[in-house]
Design a protein around this ligand. Structure first.
Ligand SMILES: NC(=O)c1ccc[n+]([C@@H]2O[C@H](COP(=O)([O-])OP(=O)(O)OC[C@H]3O[C@@H](n4cnc5c(N)ncnc54)[C@H](O)[C@@H]3O)[C@@H](O)[C@H]2O)c1
Length: 363
């Protein structure tokens, strides 16, 4: 039975703890805040999953002499880079899963994280779980057949009022209470909903249209003397092959819409998260075929199932080379997010190949 250490007993820490316990893995949760551990035991876990699971070990301190097969970082974004480098220096988990976004938009610590990830024996993954859900996997199979023709565009929309996030955090009063209200700390639409940028890149890989080389963005920044965050981020992306597409992420749309549309010369494919209350979906029409719709029944825990299946396979040695959500892809996601903030600030496109473009956010 695998041994798991989770940093952060907050919302995602509980989701991933439950996912590990469903597989019978030993879980230890560590949090710097004793109140968070208490809340996990008395409120979050029993409310979400029916009852507290007394096999879970709640820890206020760490012991680096222990071995863990899997370490999960479920803490706020501005702690991720330092935690990843510290963990890789102190432990040798077989897999380290760090939650999205990998770092803050000024890219502080990103080079050190990538270096540490390359130099160690652990496999570092980043928590873009929607790249591994059933509708994503099925969309890949369909697109890999090539019947969509030549890819012409990819558009992703991740429009979700963050009321849902605050419902999952009843101990918070609003964005000012947490990193969410501060884009420099990894909050705001662009970083919090970075699933969208990551999904865009994921399908750009599937369609083999090359990686993103140019970013143009306009944001609606909400600033009131306390908080400062992008409530809407509209981003245009250009790839090496010249494909142009878009990502829009916001924290204001109600009810939420999480969709992707890929247009090819011979057909199209649409992807939906939460198509209705209990399904993800894909809709597609390919060369000379009827329009098809496929629904994938799901609950909130199912959002993490594909990601956990991948980790279980990796731990069992069943899958080594081809994995999804690796460190380099997530580092690229952060470069795109950073470039989007820079583009909004300077008022023109950012060419990712020109060194130094991110300095605007650092100084
Ligand atoms: N993949 C997803 O669908 C998903 C869903 C929710 C959150 N997230 C991501 O997970 C991260 C955490 O979000 P959350 O909503 O769980 O936040 P949260 O505020 O609910 O929980 C974070 C916890 O981390 C603890 N913490 C802070 N620094 C720590 C440290 N150095 N060591 C140990 N514990 C520490 C805090 O005390 C807090 O209890 C964010 O990056 C968020 O974007 C991802």
């Amino acid at each position: 039975m695998y041994k798991v250490l989770i940093y952060g007993a907050g919302s995602i820490g509980n989701h991933l703890c439950f996912a590990c316990r469903q597989r019978g893995w030993h879980v230890e949760m560590f949090d710097v805040d004793a109140a968070a551990l208490d809340r996990t035991r008395k409120e979050i876990y029993p409310t979400r999953y029916g009852e507290w699971d007394s096999e879970i070990l709640l820890s206020e301190s760490l012991d680096s002499s222990k071995h863990y097969d899997l370490i999960i970082v479920g803490t706020p974004p501005d702690s991720h880079a330092n935690l990843v480098t510290d963990i890789l220096a102190s432990y040798s988990p077989r897999v380290l899963l760090v939650e999205k976004p990998l770092c803050t938009p000024n890219l502080d610590g990103l080079d050190a994280v990538v270096k540490a990830g390359n130099d160690c024996d652990s496999l570092v993954l980043v928590g873009y779980n929607h790249n591994l859900t059933k509708n994503t996997q099925r969309a890949e199979v369909i697109l890999n057949k090539g019947d969509i023709g030549i890819p012409k565009s990819i558009h992703v929309r991740w429009l979700e009022h963050w009321g849902g996030i605050f419902n999952a955090h009843p101990w918070l009063d609003g964005p000012a209470d947490t990193y969410l209200g501060y884009f420099q700390r990894g909050g705001g639409a662009c970083a919090e909903h970075s699933h969208a940028v990551s999904l865009w890149q994921h399908f750009a890989n599937v369609l083999k249209v090359g990686c993103v080389i140019n970013v143009t963005a306009i944001m609606d920044i909400h600033k009131d003397g306390i908080v400062e965050y992008d409530q809407t981020a509209q981003i245009l992306l250009t790839t090496e092959s010249g494909l142009i597409g878009s990502v829009i992420q916001d924290v204001i749309t109600e009810p939420p819409q999480k969709t992707m549309r890929i247009q090819g010369t011979k057909g199209y494919l649409e992807w939906y998260a939460n198509y209705d209350d209990s399904h993800d979906a894909i809709i597609y029409k390919l060369d000379n075929e009827e329009r098809s719709i496929e629904m994938f029944e799901k609950t909130r825990p199912d959002d993490f199932r594909g990601q956990m299946d991948q980790i279980a396979d990796l731990l069992a040695g069943k899958r080594q080379l081809k994995h999804i959500n690796g460190l380099l892809e997530a580092a690229k996601t952060m470069e795109i997010i950073s470039a989007a903030h820079v583009s909004h600030k300077v008022g023109h496109s950012v060419d990712l190949q020109n060194l130094g473009w991110q300095d605007v956010l650092v100084h």
